[in-house]
Design a protein around this ligand. Sequence first.
Ligand SMILES: [Zn+2]
Length: 264
Amino acid sequence: MDENKSARRNFIKLSAMGLGGVAVAPLGSRTKETPILNASANTAGKKLNIVCVGAHPGDPEFGCGGTMAKYSDAGHAVTFLYITRGEASDPSKTFAEMAALRTKEAEVSCKVLNAKPVFAGQIDGNTELNKQKSEEATKLISSEKPDIVFTQWPVDAHPDHQVTGLLALTAWVKSGQQFDLYFYEVNTGVETMAFTPTDFVDITDVRDRKKAAMFAHKTQSPEETYNSYFKPLEDFRGLQASVKAAEAFIHFKAKADRASIIGL
Ligand SMILES: [Zn+2]
């Protein structure tokens, strides 16, 4: 059993980096040992279940829409788990009106990325991290039988983003670390903080599709958000990874994987 689990972990680790990911050396330079890998070479024909968890409609798309497009293009199943429906984002509308609008936008956006939308039913601006909500989120995530889960980095100015990151982390712990866990960033500098990436995915080829998915969220001033945050961020992460545009992640590794410092 242990052997299988270990083989599976290694397999998934490679495949998660298999979408043009760059494993970055300690000084941030790409080396011969850490090339950009390609998807088909590492998944060996296995269809992976990818779950991307976000607090609000738009978080998964803005944070990692390019990576998700690459997964779905490679034939893997992508699910977006929205913890809320973004119902509090316009004080001039009722929660029900706003939830309906933003659910529609999420559905359009998911179509662009070939993802399945799932809603956890928490309330925007009032998400909770307690025993009941953790159990609910763990159940929802587990029901998708994920090989990899992406979620928000919890060191973030927005309380809903904090809760979302920790709900997925709890699901990972409760499942016995049965899936690989990656954190993504949104509106870095204003929302996400203290984010030091471990992995980068080249999104140059799917940048326009990601943009279409982001712009489906019409109620969220997508043009302003894109120009102020995500375009410069994709450019900057691209510079770090020596490609035109990239998304960056923190791969949350099990303890055994952490003890691999060269020379020790
Ligand atoms: Zn958000």
